[in-house]
Design a protein around this ligand. Structure first.
Ligand code: ARG
Length: 280
C-alpha cells in the first residue's frame, strides 16, 4: 500500500456554495415491485413516516441556505421520490432519463416535462438507457458514469457528447450498489468518497489513479447507504447510520449532517437518491 497520498487535513478551509435542488415528496411512496435487492414488497412501508423523514431532509437543505424546487408526485409512480434519477443537469443542460425497468418508464417524461415548464431550454430526450444522477456524477473535471446494472455504455457516450465534458465509465459489480450514487459520492471539486468493493478490479485501479486522495468508505458504512450523500462544499448530508464515515468527513474539515431516511431505504435509496442537483 502506498501512503504518500495523505488525506487533506481538517485545517483545509471548506466553504459551502449555494445549491439548487429538485425533490419530489414521497406521497405515493410504497414498495410494490422489486428492482433492486433492498426492495421487499412483503415488508410494510409507512408512507406518512417516509414523508416526515423526507420533510426533515428538505428542512436541512433550506436551513443550510439552499433552494429546493419541487416536482409534483404522480400516483402510481412510487419511485418518483428518487429525484436524482429524473435527469442529469450540468452547465444548465438537461439530459433526460430513460429507465431500464418498465415500472419506472413514465418517470422520464414526467421529469422532462418539469424542466420544459421551468425555463430549461437545452434539453435532450435521451436515446440510450440512463438513470440520471443515479449513474452520472459530476466532479470539477469529470462526469463519473456507472454501468453494469442500469445505465449503459452507449448512454455514457451520449452524455459526453451532450455535455462536452469527459465521461469516465466505471463498472459496478455488486447488485446492492446498482447505481453509482450508492457506491460513490462527490465531495468538493475533484474530491470523492467511494466503496472500492462495489467496482470491478479495472475500475478500482482507474479510481485509484485518478482520485488518489479519495476517502474510502468501509463496507459497513457503504451498506448503511453512507455514500448516498450530498455535499455543498462544507455540509455533507448523509444517512445517520454511517457513523465512521461521518468521523472521516469531519477529519477532512467537512460538517456531517446526519439524516434518518429509514423508510426510503426500503426502496433502495437515501439522501442523494432524493436529491437532483440543478447545476447552472
Ligand atoms: N427503487 C429505485 C430503483 O431501484 C431506487 C432508486 C434509488 N435512486 C438512486 N439514485 N440510487 O430504481
Amino acid at each position: 500500500m502506498t501512503t504518500h497520498h495523505a488525506a487533506p487535513p481538517a485545517t483545509v478551509r471548506r466553504t459551502a456554495r449555494h445549491r439548487r435542488y429538485l425533490m419530489c415528496r414521497p406521497e405515493f411512496f410504497e414498495v410494490r415491485y422489486a428492482i433492486n435487492p433492498w426492495m421487499d414488497p412483503s415488508k410494510p412501508v409507512d408512507t406518512a413516516l417516509a414523508v416526515a423523514q423526507w420533510e426533515r431532509l428538505l428542512a436541512r437543505y433550506t436551513e443550510a441556505g439552499h433552494t429546493v424546487e419541487l416536482i409534483e408526485p404522480v400516483p402510481g409512480l412510487p419511485d418518483m421520490v428518487y429525484a436524482a434519477n429524473g435527469a442529469t443537469v450540468v452547465d444548465g443542460r438537461v439530459l433526460g432519463a430513460r429507465f431500464r425497468n418498465p415500472e419506472r418508464a413514465e418517470e422520464g417524461p414526467a421529469y422532462l416535462r418539469w424542466f420544459r415548464e421551468h425555463g430549461f431550454g437545452r434539453l435532450r430526450d435521451p436515446e440510450h438507457v440512463n438513470e440520471g444522477e443515479g449513474d452520472f456524477l459530476a466532479t470539477r473535471s469529470w462526469i463519473l458514469a456507472g454501468r453494469g446494472f442500469r445505465s449503459t455504455p452507449l448512454a455514457h457516450l451520449e452524455a459526453q457528447e451532450f455535455f462536452g465534458r469527459p465521461v469516465l465509465g466505471l463498472d459496478l459489480v455488486d447488485p446492492r450498489y446498482y447505481h453509482l450514487d450508492t457506491a460513490l459520492a462527490v465531495l468538493d471539486g475533484d474530491e470523492i468518497m467511494y466503496n472500492p468493493e462495489a467496482f470491478s478490479p479495472g475500475s478500482r485501479s482507474v479510481l485509484r489513479r485518478v482520485f488518489p486522495d479519495a476517502l474510502l468508505a468501509s463496507p459497513a458504512d457503504a451498506a448503511a447507504f453512507g455514500l448516498n450523500a450530498v455535499c455543498d462544499g462544507l455540509n455533507v448530508f448523509l444517512p445517520e447510520a454511517a457513523q465512521d464515515l461521518a468521523g472521516q468527513l469531519r477529519a477532512r474539515g467537512y460538517r456531517p449532517r446526519p439524516v434518518d431516511l429509514s423508510e426510503l431505504l426500503k426502496g433502495g435509496g437515501s439522501v442523494k437518491c432524493c436529491t437532483l442537483e440543478l447545476r447552472p
